[in-house]
Structure formats: C-alpha cells, structure tokens
Write a protein that binds this ligand. Structure first.
Ligand code: ME8
Length: 641
C-alpha cells in the first residue's frame, strides 16, 4: 500500500465569533477528503485551527471587556470542541497565537526580507477592518463602502513594509497556465487569472496602528510594526508542519489541497503562492474554493437572527445526515441554500428510501427466508456487478477534484442498481420456485452494500460503520483495497440486524429561527409536489447554454403565417439564423434591435426548409406569447445562469 503523503487543510477561523454553517461546511469537506485519503492508505495529515490576530479580534475582545488573548482562548476552544463533538479527525489544531507559529512567521518574514522581497514605504489606502483588507478607490461602493462586506472602510496612512507582489505576477500567470487544476473548480480559475492580469500592486504587510499581531523579527528593531494578519494566517499552513522550527513534518508539504470559501480565494490563489515562491517552497496542488450558504434563500446574518448553527442541526438530525446534506446538496463551488425542508427531503429520499431501505430489504428478506445466512456463487448478476465496478473506477478522481457531489451521485447510482435488481427479480415470488436465485440476489445486493458502506464511510462515518456491522465486514485500508481496488466479492453473508439507519422524519425538528414572517404565510404555504424521477441536478441544467442576443434582422417567411427568419447577434463570428414562430405576436419593428434569450447549444434544425441555429425563450398562455428578455440591458453573448 502506498504511503503517499497527503496534506489537507481548512482555513483557520477567525475567533471573533462562534462557528456557523460556513465553517462546518469547509471543515466537513476537508474531513471527508482526508478520511478518504486515509482509506486509500495515504499518509494523510488534516490541519485546522484558529486565526487569532488582527484589528478585528482586538476590537471584538475590547467590546467584551476582555484581553485579546483571553477572548481568543475562549472562542478557539468553542471551535475545537465543536470539531471534537462532530468527530472531525484533524491531525493538528493550530492557533496563530502559539509560539512555534509566531516563530515560524518571523523566520519567513526574515527570509523574504533578506531576499529583497520586502521593503519599507508609506501606505495610504481604504481599509476594511471586518475583512482585514485594503481596497482601491474604484473598488469601493458609494465612495467608502467595502465591496466584500458593505461595511464602511476608513482611510489609513501609515509607514509600512511592503511585499513585492508585483514581481510575481508573471510567474503566477505561468503557474495558472501550466497547472489548469491549481484552482478548483475551473470556473473560479478565470476570475483569478483576470484579477492578476489586471496588474498586481505590492502588498502592505505590516501595520503600526494596532498591536495585536506577530511582531517583526527582533533583529529588524521595529517594535511598532506588527504583521498583516493575512501574512501571519497564510503561513499557518507551513508553520503547522514545523517551518522555521525544526521542520519536523515538512515532508507533508506541498499540500494536496487547501479548502477555502470563495471569498478568500484571492488570498490563497494569489498572495499565498507568491509568498511561497518568495520562500522558495513548492506550491500546493490545488486550492478548492467552495460557494456561499444562505438560509431559506436569505443571506445569513446575526441581526436577522437566521444564522444556521451547526450544533443545533446536528443535535436535531445527527452528524451523518448533516454531512451528507452539505456535501450532496450543492455542487462544489456553487452557492447553496440551507433549509430544513431540503434537509428532510434528503433524509427521507436519498438516505431513507434509497440507502436505508436497501439495507433493510436485505435484513428483512434474509431474516425471513434464510435465517440471516445465505450463500451463492451464481453469475446471475455479473453484468450488474460489472456496472457497479465501472462506476467505482471513476470515484477517486471525483474526490481529489473536489467533485464530492458527483462522488455521491455515483454512489446513489450504485444503490439504484441494487434497488432495481430487487424490484425486477421479484424475490417474494421466486422464493417459492427458485430460492437459489433469491440467495444469488441477496449475495449480489450484500456485495454491493459492502462496497457502498466502505465508500460512504468518509462522508458518513457512523452510517458506514453501522452498515459494515450488519454485513459482517470492517472498514479500513485493507478492506478498501480488497473490495474497492481489487473488486473482491464474497460468496456468503451472515447478516446482523441493526435498527433502521435513517428513520423517516415527519416534521421539522429544530427550533425555528425567529425571522420576521408575514402573518399566516408560513402556515398556508402548500407542499410543493416535485416529480421524484423528473428532477435534474444543476449540472444537467448547465448543459444548456442560454445567451443574451440582439435581433439584427427580421424577415418574413413567405409561405408561413407564423414564422420569422431572424438574424440574432450572440457576439460570435456572425449572427445566427433563427427561425421563430412568433409572427402572430410581434411586429418586425418590435423585434428589430431588441434583446432576446437564446438557447445557443441546440443542434441546428430545418424549419420549412430554413436552417435554424438556436431557439428563443418565450412563455405562452391564453393571453398570448411573450419573449423572455433581460430586465436590464446586458452585453450581447452574456451567458444566463
Ligand atoms: O476568512 N457560507 O476566516 P472566517 C459558506 N481567518 N462559507 C462561509 C460562509 C457562508 N455563509 N461564511 C463564511 C477567514 N464562510 C480567515 C481565513 S485562512 C489562512 C484564514 C467561510 O472565520 C469562508 O468562506 O471569516 C471561509 O472559508 C471560512 O468560512 C472562514 O471564515
């Protein structure tokens, strides 16, 4: 078994507040990837911790009448306790107030300084304390608002040391070009590239206006300066391994992946690699940037009182269902919405109906027909099992590319194969005529569940264990190798009865947030009837490319009363020809130079002998037809999502 070193990190969390769903999300993704890596037999190290310096923390502590250290100790502990209670298997919990970290940061500063990458100057800029970040005048909202959080920025002018970020611009661009997977998902990569192409200014990396931070190395004799919190914070990824302090675990470097939220991608994909280049350290393999969570469609905020507290969700529904929901509900990189209704749908649907039910059927049938023991070496289900192995073969790359929702979708496809096999074999009929076929079915489904138990264990560790117990197997790197890598199958099983894994949830179990609601609205809203089979994932939706186009020419088609031949400009080499049945509803003048929404990746088709290279979006009811158009003018060729 390989002992490849795999280093995975979460961001280190600010101690100005307790953990919310965003923190839990990042940590759970990292824990799942790390558990999977451990299962593969890789020598894996998962790092998490707390970010405790900076003006924001200093101010939060002060407003509570505490010293920054006292305050940081208190909040840092709430994070660590939460991860412990959630069973997060971190290998180290770093605090930026730990001495070894401060030491390592000073050594790094010294190295960059000695290299000529740090120089002294005066800084004047708009600073947002909440984001601990400077913004240019053009980035500000209404002259003074922070573009990230909306809070007021203030103009700061002070003597500062600068890091020569501009020097690294071309190297960074080269790195993004040569390593297309450096930033995941790839949609985020383009944002970073355009930002860097826009020009990088040198970065102010020390402050004199407050004291709560790592001081410069003593040899520099600059007692007034403390380090910029992001320099201090980013270096945690190497100080945790002993950088500048014995280097004990530096053989884990470079990291496999830094998992971060999209709001802090810029720091990780631009500043951090530049710092590393300056320190002559290799760059991490990937920076994985996830999206933002809202609650019931609303931005979470303490003032509204709708912040999702992870502990409350887990107390009500259990850790595994929370983990599953977070990782399945939203494709990595996209924003997601937490609602109890969506969580309950996942529990009753995916978890109860597909996964729990399949195990229950095996427990039930084997108990009833075979006293829980059965065996078979029939090849009745060989084709089905081949398909299962085919799906499994693609799973590993999903995990390390942060496509965990796809990993789970594929596992659920495996479960569907099992459920379908039972449905089509009708064991309740066959048991009378061909009991050996029923044994073959049970062996097949149990083998399938064995693999699923192992594969879901990084995502839902407790449920994986419970399933494994029922099937009489263990989950560890040896069984991973045996059943997943080497595709082993068992010929016999003795099933242990375990209680239902995901009992049906009939009503919300959490205390409802005290969000103002219009009277009566919540109670009278009818249940949405969603078509069980007809639902598609967001990926499927994005297979359709819809773009804004401008109608540049309208022509009647002679033999038709309904059709126009349009030329629609989508910003491509030439306008497209689109045949649209809208003549009864729109005059030529109404259409000329107007904006429309066009399905741009439809196979061209002929309508009354005319080639049509797209389709306009429209809605038709008893009052007529209305084209769907952007509410405000948008650039031609803009993609709609
Ligand atoms: O940024 N949905 O710490 P932090 C999803 N200390 N993720 C969210 C979220 C939401 N609504 N709100 C916050 C910091 N996050 C720095 C990191 S690393 C060297 C230093 C995520 O406590 C956010 O995107 O403000 C970030 O990844 C994480 O929570 C920590 O945020």
């Amino acid at each position: 078994m390989s002992c490849k070193k795999t280093y995975i990190t979460t961001p280190i969390y600010y101690v100005n507040d307790v953990a919310h769903i965003g923190h839990a999300y990042t940590t759970i993704i990292a824990d799942a990837v790390s558990r999977y890596s451990k299962l593969l037999g890789y020598d894996t190290f998962l790092l998490t911790g707390t970010d405790e310096h900076g003006q924001k923390i200093e101010q939060s502590a002060k407003s509570r009448g505490k010293s920054p250290q006292e305050y940081a100790d208190e909040i840092s502990k709430t994070f660590r306790d939460l991860w412990d209670d959630f069973g997060i298997e971190y290998d180290h919990f770093i605090r930026t107030t730990d001495d070894y970290h401060k030491d390592g940061v000073q050594k790094a500063f010294q190295k960059m300084f000695d290299k000529g990458d740090i120089y002294k100057d005066t800084y004047s800029g708009n600073y947002c304390v909440s984001c601990e970040s400077f913004f240019t005048d053009t980035q500000l909202i209404d002259g003074s608002g922070c573009p990230d959080c909306g809070k007021e920025t203030s103009v700061i002018e002070e003597e500062s040391y600068f890091f020569r970020l501009s020097k690294y611009q071309d190297w960074l661009l080269e790195h993004y070009r040569d390593n297309p997977d450096f930033i995941l998902p790839s949609a985020k990569r383009n944002e970073v590239i355009s930002f860097v192409e826009g020009g990088l200014k040198d970065l102010s990396i020390t402050r004199t206006s407050f004291d709560w931070g790592v001081h410069l190395p003593e040899s520099m004799n600059e007692p007034k300066h403390v380090m910029y919190v992001w320099l201090d914070a980013l270096l945690n990824y190497v100080t945790a391994l002993g950088y500048g302090n014995g280097e004990e675990k530096m053989d884990y470097w470079p990291a496999k992946v830094h998992i971060v939220g999209k709001d802090i991608l810029r720091f990780h994909a631009i500043y951090w690699p530049a710092f590393l280049m300056s320190l002559e350290l290799p760059l991490p393999d990937h920076i994985g940037a996830h999206g933002w969570w809202t609650r019931d469609g609303q931005k979470m905020s303490k003032s509204i009182g709708n912040v999702v507290k992870p502990r409350e969700v887990v107390d009500a529904y259990g850790i595994d269902t929370f983990r599953y929901f977070l990782l399945r509900e939203v494709p990595f990189g996209q924003d997601g919405d937490f609602s109890e209704k969506a969580l309950i749908n996942r529990i009753n649907g995916d978890l109860g109906n597909s996964l729990g039910n399949l195990l229950n059927r095996v427990i039930g049938m084997s108990g009833k027909y075979f006293d829980s023991k059965f065996e078979s070496d029939s090849d009745l289900f060989t084709n089905d099992m081949n398909r299962v192995h085919e799906i499994i073969a693609g799973l590993e790359s999903h995990i390390f590319k942060m496509q965990i929702h796809r990993y789970l979708e594929d596992i659920w496809e495996i479960l569907a194969i099992g459920n379908r096999a039972i449905q089509s074999s009708e064991p309740w009929v066959k048991i009378k005529t061909a009991p050996e076929d029923v044994q073959a079915l049970l062996v097949f489904v149990s083998n399938l569940l064995t693999k699923v138990a192992i594969l879901i264990s990084p995502i839902m560790p407790k449920s994986g264990e419970e399933m494994a117990k029922s099937l009489g197997i263990e989950i560890n790197e040896d069984t991973y190798k045996e059943f997943i890598t080497d595709q082993a199958l068992l010929n016999s099983f003795v099933i242990e009865k375990v209680s239902a894994l995901f009992p049906k949830v009939d009503k919300p179990l959490m205390a409802q947030p005290e969000v103002e609601e219009k009277q009566g609205e919540a109670d009278t809203e009818p249940e949405l009837e969603l078509p069980e089979d007809g639902l598609i994932t967001i990926d499927k939706f994005f297979e359709t490319t819809i773009k804004i186009g401008e109608v540049v020419e309208v022509e009647e088609i002679k033999k038709s009363k309904k059709l126009y031949k349009l030329r629609v400009d989508l910003g491509e080499a030439r306008p497209r020809q689109i045949i649209a049945g809208i003549r009864e509803f729109y005059s030529k003048e109404e259409l000329q130079n107007s904006l429309v929404c066009v399905v741009a990746n439809l196979k061209p088709a002929k309508l009354m002998g005319n080639l049509s290279e797209g389709m306009l979006l429209a809605a038709k009811d008893e009052n007529g037809l209305s084209l769907i158009r952007p509410e405000h003018k948008r650039k031609i060729g803009t993609k709609i999502s």
